[in-house]
Design a protein around this ligand. Structure first.
Ligand code: AMP
Ligand code: MG
Length: 350
């Protein structure tokens, strides 16, 4: 257990003395929880590899899962990337700062702890005043999301207090994050570029900027070979509530109502995660109903998803069941997270 220093900052009126203090601490090897426009990160300076290693312990994260290098200026790229292909430059010009992470051949300044020994590094430039000012002062910061490994990423000050108080040296609370879902990760060290994780920046937009198709695999959509091989309920879960979660795919709301009714006949209490449009259909059918946003506004759904997944555990239900959302734009990221968070996926024919 470490003593955690807590800062509450107003992102639009940043106290420069607070930023300086945090910067000094980080350069001396402290771990900081800081807000970005996607989710909160748990960061350490890349110049203090011992602190980077502590990130894994603080999160219970397996050492073979590399971190993202956060930078605030183009010049940092020369330190953390070895080769930057034209495709990368083209997209950097348009998308940074913003919720897009690029995988590139790693530069000399990246310690093996940050890249889990890989020859590549995941790099992004966050668009958040706190992250930007802090990294301007510290230089590149290695950070994964600031949750305990396997849990939904933290998107509010409350989430980070719950997960990281007593584990990180510093917590900077600047309120809710804007997108509420992680960055999109694209590997541009290979041709053609490959989507590794859908996220806040829609893949359609990246394709448009690049002018080339990006490889989207079933794994990047949230299905993995390893998961398919394991028995339902046994697979490794990510972004997961403690409550078992069933995702219903390939049907309209009718199918989901039947799934809920069947579970309730077994005497179990059920919560459902749904769109606002379908809210009424489940009232009186499920024990708890959580509307995460409108089907017409998938940014709203993404922003509320992790809040809803964390809230589920407070309802005291036995099972949660989620609707599917359209896999366009940021909806691809929503479905990726739901698939990974679920203990079981039921596919119905519509
Ligand atoms: P998080 O920010 O918690 O989502 O964790 C960082 C993500 O970046 C993880 O999903 C990593 O697998 C991914 N990542 C980091 N470095 C690399 C890399 N060199 N190649 C592929 N993925 C990476
Ligand atoms: Mg994470």
């Amino acid at each position: 257990m470490v003593l955690t220093k807590l800062f509450r900052l107003d992102a639009l009126h940043l106290d420069p003395r607070a930023v300086e203090e945090i910067c000094r601490d980080v350069l001396s090897g402290k771990l900081v929880v800081f807000p970005t426009e996607t989710v909160y990160g748990l960061g350490a300076s890349i110049y203090t590899p011992e602190a980077v290693r502590r990130i894994y312990t603080a999160k219970n994260r397996p050492m073979d899962n590399p971190l993202i290098i956060h930078i605030s200026r183009r010049e940092h790229l020369q330190e953390v990337a070895a080769h930057i292909p034209d495709t990368a430059w083209r997209i950097v010009e348009v998308a940074w700062p913003g919720p897009l992470t690029l995988v590139l051949k790693k530069g000399r300044a990246v310690p093996p702890e940050a890249s889990a020994g890989l020859p590549t590094a995941a790099i992004r430039m966050p668009a958040h005043p706190v992250a930007e000012k802090l990294i301007d002062c510290t230089g590149p910061v290695a950070a994964p999301s600031a949750n305990i490994s396997g849990r939904p990423s933290p998107t509010t000050g409350h989430h980070v207090l719950v997960d990281m108080f007593g584990r990180a040296d510093i917590i900077v609370d600047a309120g809710e994050t804007l997108f509420g879902i992680e960055s999109t990760i694209v590997d541009v060290s290979v041709e053609p570029p490959r989507l590794l994780r859908p996220g806040a920046m829609p893949i359609e937009r990246i394709t448009e900027i690049l002018g080339v198709e990006i490889v989207v695999t079933d794994t990047s959509r949230g299905y993995t070979e390893a998961e398919k091989a394991l028995a339902p309920g046994m697979k490794y879960r990510h972004y997961a509530p403690k409550t078992p979660l069933i995702l219903v795919e390939g049907s309209g709301p009718r199918g989901l109502v039947e799934v809920v009714e069947e579970i309730r006949r077994e005497g179990k209490r059920v919560a459902v995660i749904v769109s606002r449009e379908n809210l009424k259909l489940y009232q009186g059918v499920a024990d708890r109903v959580v509307a995460v946003g409108s089907i017409e506004n998938l940014f709203e759904v993404a922003k509320n998803l992790f809040i809803a997944l964390r809230e589920l555990d407070r309802f005291g239900v036995d099972v949660a069941v989620s609707e599917s959302f359209p896999e366009r734009g940021i909806g691809l990221a929503v479905m990726n997270r739901l698939r990974k968070a679920s203990t079981k996926i039921i596919r119905l024919n519509s």
